[in-house]
Design a binder for this molecule. Structure first.
Ligand code: SF4
Length: 367
């Protein structure tokens, strides 16, 4: 535990908080983009220790939460077909679809399997040539390289029975969409360290300059977040709008160029609908033409889907930071981790799950 202890040192945390209180002269609003960062902030109570009036706005960086309902409904229909093995990361199995979720479908006999890496799905396809193996490929820029490698490997093996249901999303277009909303309160961003470990931060520089918002690439431990917040506040107080890197132990400006090359080979940028947020141009990835034979949406034509969100769930407002989970009338009563109505209560990166795990009950509207 040596390294984790170092990034959770309470003495250093108090020192950073003191410095933050001495630096902040205004009630700044800062968005942490990533759901993993939200969980650390809420679990450690960091958001409640900030200087008076200063507020963290929890962002849309939960991949499970923003995966369109239509994709999930399509996965359910495909998984129910004879001869199909549908594979997915575990988080997706309990996300409510319009009629059911993948876990319930598995209980009724469908072959739905949890895998820990997309390459596991390729191995399954290789081991079961008589079955169609589909991998549910969701996530941000972090998961795209491994998914790209799986497609490249399946192509090398000449596997005819492996496909992916792709629903990748990209962070910078979501940040831009948030900033273009006239109701947006965000004055600075903590960018997700793991996304930037892959992509670097060059694509954030024009956003910081154009919208005059500081962006600090930040890690996930308590001291990372406190330092990232302090760096963002220091910029705001000085009237600077730059991209800075708090997560220097993992991130370089250019990112991981080998991973980027694999993603560019296999995927191309496309428009994407984000669950709870809406349609964002050029905000996702789909398989490039050369690899379209691995596209499950093409191989398994699924028509007649009518996705319908739960009427009570305010996940869209939670994902854009307009509302807190505790503003939702179903929070903690009709919607719990055992019986979720929406994706943010399911995922290990969901804001509603973070609030529930921390026992948050206070109701405070942010609008
Ligand atoms: S508490 Fe449940 S119903 Fe309310 S916004 Fe969160 S996921 Fe949706």
């Amino acid at each position: 535990m040596k390294y984790l202890d170092e990034y959770r040192d309470p003495v250093l945390a108090r020192r950073l908080l003191d410095e933050l209180r001495a630096t902040a002269t205004r009630p700044w609003r800062i968005m942490e983009v990533c759901g993993g960062q939200t969980h650390t902030l809420v679990r450690q109570g960091i958001d409640e220790l900030l200087p008076a009036g200063m507020r963290m706005i929890h962002g849309p960086g939960c991949p499970v939460c923003v995966t369109p309902l239509e994709t999930l409904d399509r996965a359910v229909v495909i998984a129910a077909r004879p001869g199909v093995i549908l594979t997915s990361f575990g988080d997706m199995l309990r996300v409510p679809g319009t009629r059911t979720d993948l876990l319930s479908l598995r209980a009724r006999g469908a072959d739905v399997r949890v895998v820990y890496a997309p390459m596991d799905a390729v191995r399954l396809a290789s081991a079961h040539p008589d079955r169609q193996v589909v991998f549910l490929a969701v996530g941000f820029e972090t998961t795209a390289p491994a998914n790209a490698m799986a497609v490249l490997h399946a192509a090398r093996l000449g596997l005819p029975n492996f496909t992916m249901l792709v629903s990748h999303v990209l962070v910078p277009p979501a940040m831009t969409a948030l900033l273009q909303d006239p109701a947006c309160e965000v004055q600075a961003f903590l960018a997700a360290g793991h996304v930037c470990a892959v992509m670097g931060w060059r694509e954030y520089e024009p956003i910081a300059a154009h919208y005059r918002v500081p962006i600090v690439v930040t890690g996930f431990e308590p001291l990372d977040l406190l330092e990232g917040i302090l760096m963002a506040v220091a910029q705001l107080e000085a009237g600077r709008y730059e991209v800075e890197n708090q997560y220097a132990r993992a991130v370089r400006r250019t990112g991981n160029t080998a991973a980027q090359d694999a993603v560019r080979r296999v995927f191309r940028v496309t428009d994407r609908s984000w669950r709870g947020i809406g349609h964002l141009p050029s905000s996702g990835l789909e398989l490039a033409q050369e690899y379209s034979r691995f596209d499950a949406a093409r191989r398994f034509r699924v028509d007649g889907l009518r996705p319908a969100e739960d009427a009570e769930c305010i996940a869209g407002a939670v994902l854009t930071g307009a509302k807190l989970p505790t503003d939702c009338p179903a929070y903690g009563t009709r919607c719990t981790p055992r019986h979720p109505l929406g994706a943010p209560m399911v995922s290990s990166e969901g804001t509603c799950a973070a609030f529930h795990a921390a026992g948050r009950t206070r109701t405070r509207s942010t609008t």
